[in-house]
Design a protein around this ligand. Structure first.
Ligand SMILES: NC(=O)c1ccc[n+]([C@@H]2O[C@H](COP(=O)([O-])OP(=O)(O)OC[C@H]3O[C@@H](n4cnc5c(N)ncnc54)[C@H](O)[C@@H]3O)[C@@H](O)[C@H]2O)c1
Length: 360
């Protein structure tokens, strides 16, 4: 895949900048993709992953950086979309020198790109990168960072779910609804607590015995089922995928009994077209990148100097954004995923245009 070829995608404005970075001594091979800075500096994490080829690494960074532009736009942030990949096995090649070399390349972009954690990178790595660049967020609490982003991610998912409940059943509450949570990890645990507090019945599953032990001890009223296949086929009103990507696929969607899907997992739609199958079955899918934006809202807030209450308020607005997307989807007769993309593109165009007004 060529970098310019990626811009032929209909509806895509194309990537602004793609930077290849190499430091042979430390083994660093990184690609930074900046999709758009229409709303501000591009923000998105660094994925450290042993891709099979350079083409695969490039395809991933192009795809992920575009996704971040849409996610940040809908989260109401004054930030554009970018992402970076470091090509290699983090278990084998991650070192202080490699991370600092990477930090110097991030610094060289002079604030056009802010990095953060993603698969294969952690807050401790951000602290190392920060020794070479100012343009890094998602740092440890000891270094003024915000800490665990799953608290606000769960809060945002809950807000998106409330908006979907209002759309389908007329009231913004999960009270009396049966919600199936697949994955009781960092986000799933907090989400379960919000749901129970709101008066929902929760049925859940996880592959990790420790997660099951936690729920038995903390929330004994939660019903546990054997696996995700059992969960999706059971009598639930809402399905909340909070484990891995691809949760909405050709096996799960045909048997899903829920009327609403709202969960934290990234890339829930296993393939293009599956959103249409959901719509045809009368299932309301709230786009994952809209409802799980609480995490990016948190790391974005850290750039200003973290304030939990301010960040929480922003994550609460995921309720309003989801409502608007569902209304737009109805008005335009399109699935919510399409309406969300349109809303993001509108904000990037309308707010981005203001930069043409010259200021000293
Ligand atoms: N943490 C965040 O701030 C954040 C932000 C945005 C999106 N997300 C996404 O949300 C999802 C959950 O994130 P997390 O931070 O809670 O991760 P996590 O690793 O803490 O939790 C995932 C849980 O899912 C369980 N799981 C894995 N495979 C499963 C299966 N087949 N069936 C049932 N359970 C299974 C794991 O045992 C684990 O308990 C991920 O897809 C992540 O990318 C997280």
């Amino acid at each position: 895949m060529g970098v310019f070829a990626s811009t032929d995608d209909p509806g895509s404005t194309g990537h602004e900048q793609v930077v290849f970075c190499q430091d042979k001594q430390s083994g660093l091979k990184a690609i930074i993709g900046i999709y758009s800075t229409a709303l501000g500096p591009a923000l998105g994490g660094t994925r450290f992953y042993p891709y099979a080829s350079e083409e695969e690494a490039l395809a991933d960074v192009l795809d992920l950086s575009r996704g971040m532009a849409y996610k940040n736009a809908l989260a109401g942030l004054d930030l554009g979309g970018g992402k970076a990949v470091i090509w290699g096995d983090p278990e084998r090649i991650k070192s202080e020198a490699l991370l600092r070399a990477y930090g110097r390349f991030v610094e060289s972009l002079a604030g056009r790109y802010y990095t953060a954690c993603d698969v294969g990178t952690y807050v401790a790595d951000m602290d190392v990168i920060a020794r070479e660049t100012r343009y890094v967020t998602g740092r440890s609490v000891e270094h003024g960072g915000a800490g665990d982003s799953s608290i606000l991610t769960a809060w945002g998912v809950f807000q998106g779910m409330r908006a979907a409940a209002e759309h389908v059943w007329g009231a913004p509450t999960l009270s009396g609804r049966r919600v199936g949570v697949a994955g009781l990890g960092k986000v799933g645990k907090y989400l379960t607590a919000h749901l129970l507090e709101d008066g929902a019945e929760v049925v859940a599953t996880d592959v990790n015995p420790k997660a099951l032990e936690w729920v038995r001890a903390t929330h004994p009223q939660v019903e546990l089922v054997a696996d995700t296949a059992t969960l999706v086929a059971s009598d639930i009103d809402v399905y909340a995928p909070c484990a891995l990507g691809g949760a909405l696929n050709d096996d799960t969607v045909p048997v899903l009994r829920a009327k609403v899907v709202a969960g934290a997992a990234n890339n829930q739609l296993a393939h293009p077209g599956i959103e249409k199958v959901l719509a045809d079955r009368g299932i309301l899918y709230t786009p994952d990148y809209v409802v799980n934006a609480g995490g990016v809202i948190q790391v974005a807030d850290e750039i200003e100097g973290f304030n939990f209450e301010r960040a929480k308020l922003r994550a609460t607005r995921i309720y309003d954004t989801t409502r608007e997307i569902l209304r737009l989807a109805d008005d335009d007769g399109v699935p919510p995923a399409v309406a969300a993309d349109r809303l993001a593109e509108r904000r990037m165009a309308e707010v981005g245009r203001l930069r043409t007004i010259h200021l000293r």
